[in-house]
Design a protein around this ligand. Structure first.
Ligand SMILES: Nc1ncnc2c1ncn2[C@@H]1O[C@H](COP(=O)(O)OP(=O)(O)OP(=O)(O)O)[C@@H](O)[C@H]1O
Ligand SMILES: [Mg+2]
Length: 364
């Protein structure tokens, strides 16, 4: 006779490849049932993110170990789902934060990830939009907040028009392609330049966190403006960010500038999840050879950048820009395109890094 404990013991053989911890210890095994009458074993495996890069490996390993041990006498019914983990409490934030933003409104947001670069025009908004959409494609509950007050590009990139509605004194973020989106570009008349002085910027950022009905979210992605100005300072001092994803073009001057601004977030204890190298190369449309349009940097030769995790490279591609301008990003318009697959891969790495951080206390 097989007991539930026996099933769990067998499942301990399955190791999460990212963490090196068995899935029972990770708390990923639930609802184990053994029915001796029908000779059936049931269990549920709960992954820490629907974007888990090791998803199919874990699924295969679970089926293999259970079949090997029990399939002679039992039928096996395993189901898989995912419940995104909440980012761990940021200790530096807790002790240092200036706390001018009330966090009650975002208490059901599990992870807040800022897309950052000190440099302008390197592709932060493009990455924010395609990464947020990729997370939504994986099945996560996603929000995208465009914090670029001077040049909000997200509405154009998503083809969003019209002012959001107000319900119960909260701004209702419009939903598009399965995610919630708010941009200052949707809230104000965007046709003339706006001058935001420092304190007004802080108030605007405060409102976007306190007054938007974000509800329950697995991931809230923040598209930041370039630089390290008032918005960045307000954010790093007031919002418990789960991590930063840095975007840079490949040449040394861009990378060095980009990394400088990262220090401010690091000081607040915000994890740097890694860097995406955008416009990394151009793929020849005839011979498919990679042409490097910028000089390549040997990261290992530069102390400032050598410790940063490279999440992936996105090529320079006409369609990325064309589809952004049309309001239908590449991961939506052409989901089988090799660049959409690159975005999915990178997104999966970001989600895995967040899962690792939230499971870190499990490490022995
Ligand atoms: N990999 C790419 N290939 C071709 N065009 C790209 C690529 N990435 C971004 N672009 C285009 O480059 C321009 C700048 O990109 P984007 O607006 O995303 O940069 P940004 O860093 O957000 O800029 P800003 O600092 O002004 O906010 C846009 O027209 C975008 O469509
Ligand atoms: Mg931008």
């Amino acid at each position: 006779m097989v007991k539930e404990e026996d099933v769990k013991n067998v499942l301990k053989k399955v190791i999460d490849p990212d963490l090196g911890i068995d899935i029972v210890k990770m708390g990923m095994v639930s609802n184990v049932k053994v029915d001796e009458n029908s000779k059936k074993i049931e269990c549920e495996i709960v992954l820490t993110t629907p974007a888990c890069p090791a998803k199919s490996k874990i699924e295969d390993d679970v089926r293999n170990v259970l079949n090997e041990e029990f399939s002679k006498n039992y039928t096996i019914d395993v189901s898989f789902k995912s419940v995104v983990k909440r980012a761990p409490e940021n200790v530096a934030y807790k002790t240092q934060a200036s706390k001018i933003i009330n966090l009650d409104n975002i208490k059901d947001v599990k992870n807040i990830v800022a897309i950052y670069s000190c440099k302008g025009g390197v592709g932060k908004s493009t990455v924010s939009v395609n990464l947020a959409l990729s997370l939504a494609n994986y099945g996560a509950k996603v929000g995208l907040l465009d914090l670029d007050l001077h040049g909000p590009n997200v509405p154009i990139m998503l083809g969003l028009v019209g002012q959001p509605k107000i319900r119960n004194s909260k701004i209702v973020p419009p939903e598009i392609y399965g995610m919630k989106v708010i941009s200052v570009g949707l809230l104000i008349d965007n046709s003339s330049p706006i001058i935001w002085r420092g304190p007004i910027q802080t108030t605007a950022v405060k409102q976007l966190f306190e007054d938007v009905g974000w509800g329950e979210l697995d991931y809230l992605i923040l598209d930041l403006p370039p630089g390290s100005g008032d918005i960045h300072i307000t954010l790093s001092q007031n919002i418990p960010l789960s991590g930063i994803v840095v975007v840079s073009t490949p040449q040394l001057v861009a990378m060095i500038d980009t990394i400088k601004g990262v220090n401010m977030f690091e000081k607040m204890g915000t994890p740097i999840l890694g860097m995406i190298i955008n416009m990394a190369y151009y793929l020849c449309s005839h011979c498919k050879e990679k042409n490097y349009i910028f000089p390549r940097v040997d990261i290992n030769n530069h102390d400032e950048i050598k410790n940063i995790n490279i999440l992936g490279e996105i090529p320079f591609d006409y369609e990325i820009a064309e589809l952004s301008d049309k309001g239908s990003p590449i991961v939506i318009e052409k989901e089988n395109h090799h660049i959409s697959k690159l975005f999915l891969e990178i997104t999966s790495k970001v989600a895995a890094s967040l899962s690792i951080l939230s499971s870190k206390n499990l490490k022995v």
